[in-house]
Write a new protein. Structure first.
Length: 94
């Protein structure tokens, strides 16, 4: 059953964003992740939402998303991530 990593981020340091996002995007393929969308947030249609950017990555299963997130490759980037942005990640399954 396909699973989707949905990420929302409040960017803290735009000047360093590429320092994190480039290496982070290179970690998906090993775990079967296929980026679908990576973009600035355009609008909120209802309610309130405080994010600057969004990401959608398709994986084979939710277990693969968790394997990617816990991987040494991605975990090595977490301290940089937390300096550059404040993320929220959720996982949806088809």
């Amino acid at each position: 059953m396909a699973a989707y990593l949905i990420g929302f981020a409040k960017i803290k340091d735009k000047t360093r964003m590429a320092e994190y996002s480039g290496p982070a995007s290179q970690t998906f393929a090993k775990y079967g992740g296929q980026p679908i969308a990576r973009t600035a947030l355009k609008m909120t249609l209802a309610g309130s939402f405080d994010a600057d950017a969004a990401l959608i990555v398709k994986f084979e299963t939710a277990a693969k998303v968790k394997e990617w997130y816990d991987s040494p490759e991605y975990q090595a980037l977490v301290s940089l991530r937390d300096e550059v942005l404040q993320p929220t990640f959720i996982v949806l399954e088809e």
